[in-house]
Design a binder for this molecule. Structure first.
Ligand code: MN
Length: 273
């Protein structure tokens, strides 16, 4: 099994070395990660300049550093290595719970794998320097055993508390959060700002945050289709717009010309084969 390991904390994070070491017990491992920390990079990709892919070594495993985002690393890693079976992202130093799935580069790397048709798993542990990863390694092994035994689950967000009691399947804790801007000054007295977020409501039972609060390892299966099915059905009933006309006059599959025209409008410079 070919296992590509990435992260958003950067190639030199101790978390990625710990994950790669455990992963190497399950298959051939290659590490491809950003050359610097790209935490909170979300699912951004580098679209305005080319990237470098430079060899290095992590824990005596083949590794490459990229001057790009976590999603870029998965793209370059799968481009350079045939038939990747599984992408692991982490161990992120800091949980990725609830709304963090929108900001997290750790999760974005796993999600980028799924966009390529490869399974992706994001793994996060408590933040903190001088982290001793030995106690968490047996739990990572258990998580990987489960992941490999459940091939139909394509995208999983895993959060491991410091002293786990066991493992739970969870859902995302979606809560309002307080997105606060904290002002500060640069050395010349000019205004600077930090964007910090703080959850406003307690976590619901069965969610990722609730599980970690109770010291359970949280494993959340995620899907890429964000369509709000309930709202789609309700609003389409209430206000059908031009549905009847569209379905009567538009073919179920668009013509190649129509598809090509939209692709051309998506990018500044359409790529011709
Ligand atoms: Mn990070």
């Amino acid at each position: 099994m070919h296992i590509l390991v990435s992260n958003d904390d950067g190639i030199h994070s101790p978390g990625i070395a710990a994950l790669a070491e455990v992963a190497s017990e399950f298959g051939d491992v290659r590490v491809v990660a950003p050359d610097v920390e790209r935490s909170s990079a979300g699912h951004s990709i580098t679209a305005t300049h080319p990237m470098a892919y430079r060899p290095t070594r992590i824990s005596n495993l083949a590794a490459y550093r990229v001057n790009g985002t976590p999603a870029d690393c998965v793209a370059l890693g799968t481009h350079h290595w045939d038939s990747v079976d599984l992408v692991l992202s982490g161990l992120n130093l800091g949980f990725n719970l609830g709304n963090a799935i929108w900001h997290s580069g750790t999760l974005a790397a796993a999600r980028q794998a799924v966009l390529f048709g490869i399974r992706g798993v994001a793994l996060s542990v408590p933040s903190g320097v001088d982290h001793d990863f030995e106690p968490v390694k047996p739990w990572i092994r258990r998580v990987l055993d489960i992941v490999i035994a459940e091939p139909s689950v394509s995208l999983i967000n895993v959060n491991l508390p410091r002293e786990p009691r066991g493992l739970l399947w969870t859902r995302v804790s979606v809560r309002q959060y307080d997105g606060r801007i904290v002002p500060t000054k640069d050395p010349f007295g000019r205004d600077l700002f930090w964007f910090t977020v703080k959850p406003l409501e307690p976590a619901d039972e069965g969610t990722d945050r609730w599980a970690v609060e109770q010291n359970w390892i949280s494993m959340t299966p995620l899907k890429l289709d964000l369509t709000d099915e309930a709202q789609l059905g309700a609003v389409e009933q209430r206000r059908p717009l031009d549905r009847a006309l569209a379905f009567a006059t538009s073919p179920a599959v668009s013509s190649p010309e129509a598809a090509k025209a939209v692709i051309a409008e998506e990018a500044a410079a359409p790529i011709e084969p």
